[in-house]
Design a protein around this ligand. Structure first.
Ligand code: FE2
Length: 165
């Protein structure tokens, strides 16, 4: 499977209107309609049927879904000591859709996403993501390159080129 990334900067500037118009022109037909978690699962499965996945389209459908706790509360399992990862859909073996549940003050270790692509959508609350440049020399201290406060319904994307927590 490969990912088609026809305008990566459009994802990064987080300007929904520009992205939607550009994506609409790119696709040449109507964009998917996502009004529920089951719609999101259906659209993601359709997108991932192809061997070439359009990252902007994945980003679009993730953004289109507006969080509704009725949809996802059965997957929301919290642990008082650490964040949890709860599988929602295994995406025909091509991806995993998971509900990650973070308690107050919980954090991840600094990590990368190797050869995978990761989209994260806020379903409730807020989360701070901190990004680091990939170290150029072994043992070099990681350099922070940005931090972002994710709020309800925001979507962020990271792939193997970055390190974050
Ligand atoms: Fe991550």
């Amino acid at each position: 499977m490969s990912f088609c990334n026809y305008k990566e900067e459009i994802v990064d500037n987080n300007n929904d209107n520009i992205c939607d118009i550009a994506l609409y022109k790119h696709l040449g037909h109507g964009l998917p309609v996502v009004t529920s978690l089951s719609d999101l699962i259906r659209e993601l499965r359709l997108i991932f049927e192809s061997d070439t996945v359009n990252i902007e389209l994945v980003h679009y459908v993730m953004r289109s879904y507006k969080s509704n706790p009725i949809d996802w509360k059965k997957y929301a399992k919290f642990d008082r000591y650490r964040y949890t990862r709860n599988l929602i859909d295994s995406g025909n073996g091509k991806y995993n859709l998971m509900a990650l549940c973070w308690g107050e003050g919980h954090g991840s270790a600094i990590h990368d996403h190797a050869n995978s692509h990761c989209f994260m959508k806020m379903l409730q609350g807020s989360l701070q993501e901190i990004r680091f440049a990939w170290p150029e020399v072994e043992g070099e201290e990681l350099k922070e390159i940005g931090r972002k406060q994710l709020r309800l319904n925001d979507v962020c994307y990271i792939n193997g080129k970055n390190v974050h927590l």
